[in-house]
Design a protein around this ligand. Structure first.
Ligand SMILES: Nc1ncnc2c1ncn2[C@@H]1O[C@H](COP(=O)(O)OP(=O)(O)OP(=O)(O)O)[C@@H](O)[C@H]1O
Ligand SMILES: Cc1cn([C@H]2C[C@H](O)[C@@H](COP(=O)(O)O)O2)c(=O)[nH]c1=O
Length: 212
């Protein structure tokens, strides 16, 4: 008899790192790898992922604002994303592969801008109590290397990408600190390597974590 019970919950995988770390093409490769295994995957991004979230993204990336406004808007977009997209997909058995989530708020707003850890923790506990990604990959590389990559790409820098090297040093260290606090969930990837090597490591990690 065919099993017609509820689908198993999907998995939530996030990619993190300083701007220019090389997440985008590796996310596309990871999505393709999972789809090749027959998994239904919903790629998404933060801030964004919903119509309202994308409008908030425009403000966040281009309008100057108070640091607490910035943190609250990141979490407002996230609240919408969780309710409108992430949780429904996971409940329907789809996997969500997301370019950034709350670890980015910790790294950028707490580490980079100096938001208090208590305010971050309160927002996180409000917006997604007890919920975290199943796996987070932090792309780690020196800010100078990331800056050179971004300059070579020729893209117009946004409000975050225009920050100075010391800002990205703080963001990088906040990511590494966050990873030390959750070693089961967060894996640090050496992103200062050829794309093929990074892709092979990610395929290995996905296989080990979800298909062993
Ligand atoms: N491993 C790599 N080695 C050298 N260059 C790379 C590597 N990965 C990506 N790049 C190049 O670096 C630039 C930034 O890459 P990408 O846009 O994937 O970074 P990102 O982490 O998604 O950045 P952002 O968070 O700012 O969107 C691109 O021009 C890309 O082609
Ligand atoms: C989710 C989130 C993002 N940011 C910053 C990090 C990046 O500079 C931009 C998003 O651009 P990307 O090209 O999609 O990487 O937003 C942040 O500061 N805080 C956050 O919570």
């Amino acid at each position: 008899m065919t099993h017609t019970g509820p689908a198993a919950r999907g998995r939530f995988i996030t990619f993190e790192g300083i701007d220019g770390a090389g997440k985008s093409s590796q996310i596309a490769a990871a999505v393709a790898t999972l789809r090749a295994r027959g998994i239904e995957v919903a790629p998404s991004r933060e801030p964004g992922g919903t119509p309202l979230g994308e409008r908030l993204r425009e403000l966040l990336l281009h309008e100057p604002m108070h640091i607490e406004t910035e943190a609250m808007l990141m979490f407002a977009a996230r609240r919408e994303h969780l309710a409108g997209r992430i949780l429904p997909a996971l409940e329907a058995g789809r996997w969500v592969v997301c370019d950034r989530f709350s670890d980015a708020t910790y790294a950028y707003q707490v580490g980079g801008r100096g938001l208090s850890r208590d305010k971050f923790a309160a927002l996180e506990a409000w917006v997604h109590p007890g919920f975290q990604p199943d796996l987070t990959l932090v792309f780690d590389l020196p800010p100078g290397v990331a800056a050179a990559r971004m300059a070579a790409s020729g893209a117009d820098p946004d409000r975050f990408e225009r920050e100075q090297r010391d800002f990205f040093e703080r963001v990088r260290h906040a990511y590494l600190e966050r990873a030390r606090g959750a070693p089961q969930r967060i894996r640090v990837i050496d992103a200062d390597r050829a794309p093929e090597l990074i892709r092979a490591e990610i395929e290995h990690l996905l296989a080990e974590r979800f298909f062993a």
